[in-house]
Design a protein around this ligand. Structure first.
Ligand SMILES: [Zn+2]
Length: 337
């Protein structure tokens, strides 16, 4: 295997169509119920307007009245979100993650050590692998056979070069994979972008071997509420809230993330403070690094979790078949009633 690291080819388009030339019908919205419990009643927390081309969409960040999950409704439809990633990519949060190059790998070392302790060999799948930074760092450990899935074609090409492994272009649901064939599945910065995270997690559960491990990273809503809403948001962006509802369709707290994972067939997750994405200039990177260590210190001393939510969880054991009692009448005919 070629272990020489190569800087990914930056295949970003250098020009993009002027927003006014994009045409109409780009932004369709839909009202949805809670993805976790099915409840349709919710309370509006924040209202934002997203604009693309000459169109605008009113998007609400709401909290489920039954289970407390925070999600976007009305939200952009799956097709309209595709338009956002195609025509407004440079302004999406995913963009910085995809194109941070080799520098992005070191943030995953602590997570990889956790995974090695839990399931340090076999096959590892990275769903939504972006530019391949996690896969490249996992390859350095030499512990797993690697596979990536990434819907953004230029990022998938970059990931193949950076991590030197197979990367399918597409979504998890579009990719044919053998059930029970992976030891570790990673979804880092992915769940919050999905239209149906619960269904996707159930699919991941099917793909894992018994006792396999899922690794998840999502932003912390408790932290985003401080940073991206209220007076701090006004100071930074001039807007009351800046929660990117065009691409972040769900927001998680430690409790709602744990509930969603256990509902999909995983054991209660082991939570840690996730390392932030290290894009931006030296000053921004220093601030992020400082905030990360402050969040770890805060959690260790007070239990308050304000950093990114990094969770690892094993699959639950399948329920055992009920045992037949010796006096059971079905015994006499081999239980074939
Ligand atoms: Zn709910």
């Amino acid at each position: 295997m070629n272990r020489t690291m190569t800087v990914p080819v930056d295949t970003r388009p250098t020009t993009r169509p002027a927003r006014a030339d994009l045409g109409s019908g780009l932004l369709e919205t839909e009202q949805v119920a809670c993805n976790l419990c099915g409840e349709s009643r919710s309370r509006v927390l924040f209202r934002e307007t997203y604009r693309l081309g000459t169109e605008a969409a009113r998007l609400h960040v709401v909290r489920c009245r039954r289970c407390g999950l925070v999600y976007v409704s009305p939200r952009l439809t799956f097709a309209s979100t595709g338009h956002v990633y195609r025509h407004d990519a440079a302004d999406t949060i995913s963009h910085g993650y995809c194109w941070q190059g080799e520098r992005g790998g070191s943030r995953f070392r602590r997570l990889l050590q956790r995974l090695i302790r839990m399931r340090g060999d076999g096959r590892l799948l990275d769903v939504g692998c972006g530019g391949g930074q996690f896969l490249a760092e996992a390859r350095r450990t030499g512990n797993w056979d690697l596979l990536g899935i990434e819907p953004h074609a230029p990022a998938a090409r970059s990931a193949r070069q950076l991590a030197d492994c197979t990367v399918h272009t597409g979504t998890l649901q579009q990719t044919p994979l053998e059930p029970g064939s992976f030891d570790v599945v990673a979804m880092l910065g992915v769940l919050e972008h999905l239209h149906d995270p619960t269904s996707t997690l159930r699919r991941v559960r099917e793909l894992l071997k018994p006792g396999g491990v899922l690794a998840v990273y999502v932003p912390s809503f408790d932290y985003l509420r401080i940073k991206d809403t209220g007076w701090l948001s006004r100071l930074r962006t001039g807007r009351h809230s800046n929660l990117h509802p065009q691409e972040h369709l769900f927001h998680f707290t430690p409790r709602t993330l744990a509930t969603m994972l256990t509902a999909a067939g995983f054991e209660p997750p082991d939570l840690d403070v996730g390392h932030p994405f290290m894009h931006g200039g030296p000053a921004k990177r220093t601030i992020k690094k400082t905030a990360y260590y402050a969040a770890r210190f805060l959690r260790a001393t007070t239990g308050l979790h304000l950093g990114g939510l990094e969770a690892v969880a094993r699959t639950t054991q399948p329920p055992k078949a009920p045992e037949l009692h010796s006096g059971d009448p079905t015994d006499a005919i081999g239980g074939r009633l």
